[in-house]
Design a protein around this ligand. Structure first.
Ligand SMILES: [Zn+2]
Length: 282
């Protein structure tokens, strides 16, 4: 009798302990899932991670939001930035409504245009076909002085194209149009009467024995090209068609084309990071 009673008591106690333990387990599991935003899979993975079964770490909500790509590309390295300026020139379209454009049907004038004493040749201000001053002597002297200074830095500069006659430009432009079409040719070559080279004040500059870089965007990337961009104003020259000013000048970036405007104007344009068009309010 006593033994049976004791056995029953022990059984009841065991049942109670089991029930309490089970309750704690259920509360713990539900609580854990709740703690993990009711995400069962996430909760399970966390347990796995904690027990060292799985090496997968579950990202927190914040980290998940910060992932730039949801397609699994976020771990790929960033693409290399493009170094060459050539693709930019191709991609960068000049907005046609803002760009300085030729006035179709415009006749060449009888006299050249001077603004504040500065001779202008751009897509709106052409030169007479008879205007043929030859290479400007003052500009040539300034160039020689600049070339001598560059030589001290071991850069051997050469002006490979300066004065071009109206007749020569006519030939040149026709050749470019035949090759690339009018629209493309207009982006890098002037129509006859519109070339700054006809003023005798424009100098296309490169390095001696580096013909492969002449009149290419690569020149601007060379040490000599960089030196020239930083120092030309000290000799009265400006980079006439700078990068990012295509819609103002009407021409793509030309790291090699420099225009003689005299010391004072060149310094002002260089220091204000501007263009001849902006300086003169054209
Ligand atoms: Zn030029």
């Amino acid at each position: 009798m006593f033994r049976t009673e004791k056995k029953t008591k022990t059984k009841k106690r065991l049942l109670m302990i089991t029930l309490i333990a089970a309750s704690f387990l259920i509360i713990a599991v539900v609580g854990w899932i709740g703690f993990n935003d009711w995400d069962v899979k996430k909760s399970y993975q966390r347990v796995e991670t904690a027990l060292g079964i799985s090496k997968v770490t579950v990202p927190s909500e914040r980290e998940t939001e910060e992932q730039p790509n949801a397609d699994g590309n976020s771990e790929l390295p960033e693409p290399e930035p493009t170094e060459s300026h050539e693709p930019e020139e191709e991609e960068e379209e000049v907005p046609p409504e803002e760009a300085i454009q030729y006035i179709e049907g415009q006749e060449l004038p009888e006299e050249p245009t001077y603004v504040e004493g500065i001779l202008i040749a751009n897509k709106k201000n052409p030169l007479p076909s008879t205007f043929a001053p030859g290479e400007d002597k003052e500009a040539r002297e300034a160039f020689e002085e600049m070339a001598a200074a560059a030589l001290l830095e071991d850069y051997r500069l050469v002006a490979f194209s300066t004065y071009r006659s109206f007749e020569y430009q006519t030939e040149l432009y026709k050749r470019y149009v035949d090759r690339d079409g009018v629209e493309e040719a207009d982006r890098y070559s002037a129509r006859p009467g519109y070339s700054e080279h006809q003023t005798g004040l424009a100098f296309d500059i490169g390095e001696v024995n580096k013909e492969q870089d002449w009149a290419t965007s690569r020149f601007g990337e060379t040490d000599a090209g960089k030196w020239l961009a930083e120092n030309a104003h000290l000799y009265g020259f400006i980079m006439r068609y700078p990068e990012g000013k295509e819609f103002i000048t009407g021409y793509m970036y030309e790291s090699w084309h420099f225009r003689y405007v005299g010391l004072e104007v060149a310094k002002d344009i260089y220091e204000n990071d501007t263009t001849l068009e902006e300086y003169l309010g054209l």
